[in-house]
Design a protein around this ligand. Structure first.
Ligand SMILES: Cc1cc2nc3c(=O)[nH]c(=O)nc-3n(C[C@H](O)[C@H](O)[C@H](O)COP(=O)(O)OP(=O)(O)OC[C@H]3O[C@@H](n4cnc5c(N)ncnc54)[C@H](O)[C@@H]3O)c2cc1C
Length: 294
């Protein structure tokens, strides 16, 4: 069978408002395209066949990175992976975001693909969402009837399903300023460098004033459940304690039990659970070292 995209009408609005009006007008018959790195694959496979394709790539009002040490970081949804990776302020204040972006696919994909498109795509193995969950980020969505914001951990509902309504655009990623004595680390385990991970772990650790006890911790897992998730039982094992290897191993075990991976051609569910166990310990040690240096 020929791998040909089904015909569609291409629309290129100049503003967010114009885009939202088109989305409202065409409803289920339309699809928004940003960098096209995920959507075009689905269209070539004819899994998605919109009658109208609304390109938002040119909406420069959603392409920005702003940082203020009180308000935190704001990233417009149309900011490319490459811009996030290379942003000096992100490298300085949220190096984990820059590191995560550096390991997404190739430079070509990172130059086209947007952070908002990655999040909106709802792939359970996508890299940005676990990091954003660890960072306590919020995601802003906009429609003609207004704006709403959800915690990053509540955004993805299931495989490729998110809380976005058909008439809504994801418009902004909001990351609060990191508290003192905080370290954050993300690692994915991929078969091919830069590819989606078989499993990924993001961890944020905040230490007390003496830098001895863990006063706050967030553990987010990717690729091991229908949606990125927090490992709350694992977090409880570390909270209020002096973190050491034994505790991290216990937390890794708990996280691997909280995960609910689906076996596929790449890895069994047991293998993915084992990865979680190993990664929580490894990532935890690295986040802890960063928190001590912060
Ligand atoms: C070879 C390859 C390897 C990859 N490896 C990784 C990887 O390791 N980790 C990883 O995280 N990603 C990976 N990706 C995915 C890539 O990062 C995403 O394809 C890309 O970021 C999606 O962004 P986009 O702008 O291209 O979105 P598009 O493909 O244009 O859109 C994706 C989906 O999001 C919707 N959408 C886009 N923007 C918005 C918005 N602002 N509001 C509402 N809906 C929106 C579209 O309608 C569509 O459903 C890989 C992609 C390729 C091609």
């Amino acid at each position: 069978m020929k791998n040909i995209i089904v015909d569609f009408e291409y629309l290129a609005p100049n503003t967010v408002e114009e885009a939202l009006k088109l989305m409202d007008k065409y409803g289920d018959e339309c699809k928004v395209i940003a960098g096209g790195q995920s959507l075009l694959i689905l269209m070539k496979q004819r899994l998605v066949t919109p009658q109208y394709l609304i390109s938002i790539k040119g909406l420069s009002e959603l392409d920005y990175i702003d940082y203020d040490d009180k308000k935190g970081l704001r990233i417009g949804a149309l900011t490319t992976h490459r811009s996030v990776e290379k942003s000096p302020v992100i490298q300085k204040e949220f190096s984990v975001l820059s590191e995560m972006e550096h390991n997404i696919s190739s430079v070509e994909t990172r130059n086209w693909g947007t952070i908002g498109g990655d999040i909106a795509h709802g792939d359970p193995g996508g890299d940005p969402v676990p990091v954003l969950i660890a960072l306590k980020a919020k995601l802003k969505m906009t429609s003609l009837s207004g704006e709403r914001t959800v915690d990053a951990e509540d955004f993805t509902l299931d495989y490729f399903e998110t809380v976005l309504h058909h008439d809504e655009l994801l418009t902004e990623i909001q990351v609060p300023t990191l508290p003192p004595n905080t370290g954050v680390k993300f690692t994915k385990f991929s078969q091919i460098a830069g590819d989606y991970g078989l499993a990924s772990v993001a961890m944020l650790i905040t230490l007390d004033e003496k830098k001895e006890t863990c006063s706050d911790v967030r553990i987010a897992l990717g690729g091991v459940a229908p949606a990125p998730m927090r490992a709350k039982k694992a977090e409880d094992i570390l909270k209020g304690k002096k973190i050491n290897d034994a505790l991290l191993a216990e937390a890794g075990q708990a996280a691997s039990e909280e995960a609910s991976p689906t076996p596929d051609v790449q890895a069994s569910d047991e293998y993915r659970r084992d990865l979680v166990k190993v990664l929580v310990k490894r990532v935890g040690n690295e986040a802890l070292a960063r928190a001590k240096k912060a």
